[in-house]
Design a protein around this ligand. Sequence first.
Ligand code: NAG
Ligand code: NAG
Ligand code: NAG
Ligand code: NAG
Length: 393
Amino acid sequence: MDKSLTTLLFSCTLLISLCVPSLAQTCGNYTFSGNRSYSTCNDLPQLSCSLHWNYHPSNLTADIAFRKSGASTSNWISWALNPSGQEMAGSQALVAYQHPNGSILAYTTQLNKNPNMQPGRLIFDVPSIAAEFSSNGDMIIFATLQLTDSLRSTNQIWQEGPMNGGNPGEHPTEGQNGKSMGTVDFIDGSVTTTGGTTSKQRKRNVHGVLNAVSWGILMPVGIIIARYLKVFKSAGPAWFYLHVTCQTSGYAVGVAGWATGIKLGSDSPGISYETHRNLGMIIFALGTLQVLALLLRPKPDHKYRLYWNIYHHTIGYTTVILSIANIFEGFEVLDSEDNWKKAYTGVLIFLVVVAAVMEAVTWFIVIKRKKAASSDKHVNGENVYGSRAQQTA
Ligand SMILES: *[C@@H]1O[C@H](CO)[C@@H](O)[C@H](O)[C@H]1NC(C)=O
Ligand SMILES: *[C@@H]1O[C@H](CO)[C@@H](O)[C@H](O)[C@H]1NC(C)=O
Ligand SMILES: *[C@@H]1O[C@H](CO)[C@@H](O)[C@H](O)[C@H]1NC(C)=O
Ligand SMILES: *[C@@H]1O[C@H](CO)[C@@H](O)[C@H](O)[C@H]1NC(C)=O
């Protein structure tokens, strides 16, 4: 079991990593208007942006161009340095948008937790700033930054959001907008894209992986084992122990996943995902009932055993169906990239195919045994399908 679990986890990891797209650098080919050219550029991983610059070590200035390709005239764009962290508060931002009179405005502003986006000075000088909307649909901010030693390598954040009554409005916080941050090093020319995993996103990912692996993979695998392995008489009672191992380890990991969900919920008081949360509660309750039911299981020949079986199967299937639904509900909350969803859907399709094949094989074996049994008068009417289950479980 340990070995197959490792294999399972390994294949999931592999599947997920295969789905993560590799990023090809394309910013280097871009030609700016007005004979501007930049020696360094980096594609930023979110919101189709790129940062281009020339750094002058003699006077610590950087001439930069921040470009959003496929920009909309009804959106504002912004790029910021934030020496205090990878977050909005404390950002030293450059902002640009199209004024209703058609001209593209660009200015600087410092952001706090509830920014008003009104023009203001930054903690460093910005001797020049301008913006344009290029003929091929890109919005670009050009600026010269007077850096300091500590600002030559620091955090950068970029954003895009809708205009609201002539002023920059609130931007979305989910999806790419929630991940558009990282670091920039003006000297060595690199950017890192740590923006994919802020600590909150890391916590969400941990929550997702724990729950997808436990409720979404181990439990269905345990059900498949219980349903199909017992038909192979040569496997003996192994199915029962495998089933119990799968479900209990699934439950243990699942409780951890559930707890991370409760923590995530209490960490973000303003945000609630009602459906996801309520389903999570129901699933946890049903899962716990299953574990308790295991302890109250009547002996195989007990007259109530049939009812226990019906109860156990009903709750079991319900739990797994609700779990799968809630995992997809969780993907909607993440709503950033589809890779997790694709990977899990892949695993699910694999499990369904396995179950379908096993179902066919089971029927084949059962029918064959029935035929053999009916031609053998000594063994008439034995329930081949369930007999071993009754002996062991
Ligand atoms: C730049 O453009 C050339 C010619 O169009 C193309 O062959 C090359 O792959 C492009 N490079 C990048 C990094 O996109
Ligand atoms: C761009 O550079 C070329 C040659 O160096 C020059 O002829 C042209 O006037 C420049 N254009 C602008 C807009 O500065
Ligand atoms: C900084 O130095 C560069 C190159 O040495 C020069 O082109 C630029 O004008 C200088 N910038 C300022 C603000 O002094
Ligand atoms: C548009 O409005 C802005 C802000 O009021 C002003 O700075 C700019 O000059 C105007 N542009 C045109 C073309 O009228």
